[in-house]
Design a protein around this ligand. Sequence first.
Ligand code: TEU
Ligand code: CA
Length: 522
Amino acid sequence: MSETWWRGAAIYQVYLRSFADGNGDGIGDLAGLRARLPYLSDLGVGAIWLNPWYPSPMADGGYDVADYRDIEPSFGTLAEAEEFIAEAHALGIKTITDIVPNHGSDRQKWFLQALEAGPGSPERERFHFRTGRGESGELPPNDWQSIFGGPAWTRIADGEWYLHLFAPEQPDFNWDNPEVVEEFHDVLRFWFDRGVDGIRIDSAALLVKDMDSLGGEEAYTDLDGVHDVYRGWRRVAEEYDDRILIGEVWLPDQERFAQYLRPDEMHTAFNFDFLACAWDAVALRCSIDLTLATHIPLGAPPTWVLSNHDVTRPVTKYGRADTSFSHADRKHGMPSDPVLGERRARAAALLAMALPGGLYVYQGEELGLPEVEDIPDELRQDPIWVRSGRTDAGRDGCRVPLPWSGDEPPFGFGTGSTWLPQPLEWKALTAEAQAANPTSMFTLYRSGLHLRRELLGDGTLSWLSDAQDEVLAFRRDSGLICVVNLGAEPVALPEHESILLASGPLEGDLLPSDTAVWLRAV
Ligand code: TEU
Ligand code: CA
């Protein structure tokens, strides 16, 4: 693949602890992933992005990193990670790993040293330690709130407080400290030296803080200094051939978002606007146009994300009366029609796959897994569940171990019971059952991803429908036409030479409601 492999790639997201278990302890691992590489190759993905695979106490599913230069023992060893990278390369699949720069684990060596070294020490300067307010410092230094709920400050034994934008087990690094900057350059080189092709940058718009600010997002989101960090990272990436930086940049303002894609910063970033958008033709058209207008002038490929490990599974989301998504309201418990949800999720998949640029597929999306909403309370692991005062069920429901084969749990995931329970109904959704079924979600994804390699990916589109239509129709550079009917009534297909793929059955020459089709133009 060329230097621009990533511009149109389909990147498959592996949440390792729920992908496949190689040693029977109920936790996914590198052995399980390596054994399933042929599955990913057959599915037709160009790259694999793995959520954090480093040693971690798992207070936030691995986003609390205890050692940036090693592998979590329950996942395997560094040697196995290197073998995995080589095996993926042999299949033409790139590897992307996740770097978490905003915060480390409270068990990470620097934080332990900071606790030991005491107030005023250079070790504490690598974090945000402060004295508290009130007569004896019993009140936090300011009123900033954690993104997971509750105060963003925790007090330690000697009376100082430290800042954590997420859980208390995730102390924030001080990005004004040159040692922090240097350390992460070195971590990037560590993984690039081991053959990693790309880095996904966690919570990329945070990092730099204005400690004098009263709080709210503007105190720690998208401050100007953060761009210096990524300019430095880009220079490191360019010491190597063909390595990329992918930002997790949640910013509603597209102009601010675009700043991260300047030629001396990140190569690409997730487009969450599309993910958050409701199943509505006018809204989707708006989101697509805005995305294209943001990316094309910068020369950056747009990206399309239908789901990830932080959001509600698409078949559940699209089966609800309100089909939009926001972190502020996950709509847990809102009824969802599974038939309608699957129908729309299939159409959405063909839409996202046909759009110009890069595509992200989160494990299980290709199996049409629903959100698991009835996980017993005592088994829930997401810190959001506890920190929100149990008002937000959190993200465990999209992180349940995958069903691979067989009639009962653990459905070929491994041999032992899984770390989150799998619903019995997943019998019908195993990869094995779906691979044998020509109309399954898996078969749709596999066909779509293979055709996409040939005919889609990076490039441009021209609209055939109007901005106010209930039908989205566009033509790609290769002559492929994608039509999605979001209206209630069937519509006539445009003139075409042949039908390449459809998300559901057609009614003769009519495209039914909530259905998408790929056509070869005449
Ligand atoms: O997420 C960053 C983030 O701010 C949101 O996606 C967050 O999960 C959401 O606002 C909660 O409602 C990244 C990771 O993707 C996520 O899994 C981690 O928990 C988070 O960073 C902290 O590292
Ligand atoms: Ca295991």
